[in-house]
Design a protein around this ligand. Structure first.
Ligand SMILES: [Zn+2]
Length: 299
């Protein structure tokens, strides 16, 4: 598998001279299988450049789009994905929905005429919507795809993609689960909470298990531990927890992901340096890098 990073920034796009190296676009990943089949992970603003790249290459698009959750930074690029405007293209979109709102409504409402000039039903590509939950596993092309509810407001999933003996795990947004903190928070789904609470011992073990043995893990590393103290319940990790996930799951390579919009390139460098030091001090076995827009990872 070959993974190309088109967007890595959390929460909101951050263009400007201080984010040139790691990139300012919100999450979007291009995953190519050995036969060039295409799986897209998330539709943050990075998907706009990716769509233009596909069109410049003259590539017709028959792809799966796996959305982790419908917060803006993960769907906001979709209305700017030009291949969706072209007849003959086809996209099958996987994502979570809510009891009161279907997946297609969630995607189409951000294109309501109030917010955007083109409506979803006016797009010329064929769009298929596949609502998902945590249970079970799916077959996409030759891959086995598994999902896990993670600790982030709303119904948010991580994806585990297994193909030809290699495994990629993508958890864009996830917060360390703390039973006491969770009991006092009101913005998390009861059904997700119940899954974490039902785990004996460390409730985060379900996340560690999901990531077990991954060749590549991309995981939320939005905050420093100092920043996290004031942001409990916002749904994101500090980098020490991110390192713990990678260590507990015995992954081979970890990429810090979902960089905080307030972190400059130099700050991300500093965080990466601290992470590498921690990895060495604690004797962890995995490689640690920070995901950057334009980066290519062979899995
Ligand atoms: Zn996010």
């Amino acid at each position: 598998m070959k993974l190309t990073v088109w967007g890595v920034r959390g929460s909101v796009p951050t263009p400007g001279k201080h984010t040139v190296r790691y990139g300012g676009n919100t999450p979007c990943l291009e995953l190519r299988l050995d036969d060039d089949s295409l799986i897209i992970l998330d539709a943050g603003t990075g998907i706009r450049n990716f769509g233009d790249h596909l069109i410049n290459n003259g590539e017709s698009v028959h792809a799966y789009l796996l959305v982790t959750h419908p917060h803006w930074d993960h769907i906001q690029g979709f209305p700017f994905f030009k291949p969706a405007f072209i007849s003959g293209n086809e996209l099958t979109i996987f994502g979570t929905e809510r009891p009161e709102k279907s997946l297609s409504e969630i995607i189409s409402e951000q294109m309501n005429r109030i917010y955007f000039p083109v409506q979803l039903h006016e797009l010329k590509a064929k769009l298929n919507f596949k609502p998902i939950k945590e249970e079970g596993e799916m077959k996409i092309y030759g891959c086995t795809v598994k999902t896990l509810y993670v600790n982030h407001p709303g119904f948010t999933v991580g994806y585990r993609i297994e193909y030809n003996g290699k495994t990629l795990v993508y958890i864009s947004d996830n917060e360390p689960y703390d039973r006491e903190a969770a009991a006092s928070l009101s913005n998390f789904e009861a059904a997700v909470k119940a899954k974490f609470d039902s785990k004996k011992g460390d409730p985060n073990q379900r996340v560690f298990d999901f990531c077990t043995g991954a060749d590549v893990l991309l995981h939320d590393a939005t905050y420093t531990p100092e920043e996290y103290i004031d942001r409990v319940g916002w749904g994101h990790s500090h980098y020490l927890f991110t390192l713990r996930v990678a260590a507990q799951a015995d992954v081979k390579r970890l990429y810090l992901f979902h960089h905080d919009p307030n972190h400059s390139d130099d700050k991300v460098d500093e965080i990466l340096k601290k992470c590498k030091k921690e990895v060495k001090t604690r004797g962890y076995k995995f490689d640690c890098e920070a995901a950057a827009e334009g980066g290519v990872v062979t899995i």
